[in-house]
Design a binder for this molecule. Structure first.
Ligand code: XIL
Length: 328
């Protein structure tokens, strides 16, 4: 058979994939996940709208299934995600009249949510993305003007990490964001982590989502952003890697042009060369899906075919896979 990704990178970092529970229904999907990936990230079922759709009404049927699959197969789990401005119900931020709640109420809801969800999966979830996408580099303090921020300011991020640490002293606690290769964004994230660390906030690592394209960004930008965080003394994970084949929303192909398949492959190789060169900084690399039939990029930003991952819709290894395992 073909080489297993997790074996190929055994001396470098964990290799992971996001998945949805529909992929657990088919044996070929399960086998591919077990063979190649030492870490998994449930793609949606640990988000707030899934685990606590109404205040105090927790629903763990789907998240239990996802976590149990990984536990049964000895895979690490990245818990994604606790605090985000998307896929979080509106009730979290509002009172019965629809007005924004006080900080005290927000923190009480946050604490109950974080402690209930983390508590349930203590000893099985290895790492939590405690805060997701909090940066907006265009703001003077670098922070996104989410409802979290509007109610509580920067302090909500500290509270989230503190509650998470109280809930599980041994889980790795991460802050996760996209486009961390952009210098302004990476600087804003770096500054935030520096402020948090100076206050003693328990933060173990930074997650680089790494939703990239064939044409963008440059390898130099990616490498610079990874190296930048080293002196903060935190771990780095690549958390949501995929490589969109399109440059803009108006393009659409019925089949994957072989020229783009080759370009994608050589770029994936360059990318993994960088990751490997910095394996002392990066402990985990997770793809946002295992195969092109199961990628969010077939519905975002528009509905169209896309081929961003290492395996095709039929679960066959693509040129990108052979480039990553470095077999010409
Ligand atoms: C995506 C999921 O893959 C989709 O199924 C869902 O509809 C939207 O969210 N950044 C993140 C992930 O942190 O949670 C997102 O996942 C992709 C972008």
């Amino acid at each position: 058979g073909i080489p297993s990704l997790k074996d190929v990178f055994a001396n470098d970092f964990k290799i992971g994939t996001a998945f949805s529970n529909s992929e657990l229904a088919t044996e070929v999907d399960r086998k591919l996940m077990i063979k190649h990936f030492g870490s998994v990230t449930p793609g949606n079922v640990l988000k707030w709208d899934s685990t606590e759709p109404q205040e105090g009404v927790f629903q763990f049927i789907e998240s239990d299934k996802a976590v149990q699959f990984a536990v049964d197969n000895g895979q690490e789990i990245r818990g994604h995600t606790l605090i985000w401005h998307q896929q979080t119900p509106d009730w979290v931020f509002r009172d019965a009249s629809g007005n924004l709640v006080s900080k005290a109420v927000l923190y009480q809801r946050m604490e109950n949510h974080i402690k209930t969800v983390i508590g349930r999966y203590k000893n099985s979830v290895h790492t939590w993305d405690v805060a997701n996408e909090v940066i907006d580099a265009s703001q003077s303090d670098g922070l996104r003007r989410s409802l979290w921020y509007q109610i509580a300011g920067e302090e909500y991020i500290e509270k989230a990490f503190q509650f998470a640490r109280e809930a599980d002293p041994s889980a790795k606690l991460f802050i996760n964001d996209y486009n961390t290769h952009e210098s302004g964004k990476s600087q804003a994230l770096y500054n935030l982590i520096g402020r948090l660390k100076a206050k003693g906030v328990p933060i173990d690592g930074v997650g680089h989502q790494m939703h990239i394209k064939i044409s963008w960004p440059s390898m130099q930008e990616i490498e610079t952003s990874i190296v930048k965080f080293a002196d903060l003394g935190i771990d780095s994970h690549i958390t949501e890697l995929d490589m969109d084949i399109y440059d803009n929303s108006s393009q659409s192909y019925d089949t994957f042009p072989s020229q783009l398949a080759q370009a994608q492959a050589s770029r994936y190789k360059q990318l993994f060369d960088i990751f490997r060169n910095h394996k002392n900084l990066i402990s985990s690399v997770t793809f946002w899906g295992k195969d092109d039939g199961n990628t969010w990029l077939r519905s975002f930003p528009v509905i169209r075919k896309n081929w961003p991952l290492l395996f095709d819709e039929r679960l066959q290894s693509k040129p990108a896979y052979w480039a990553v395992v470095d077999i010409p």
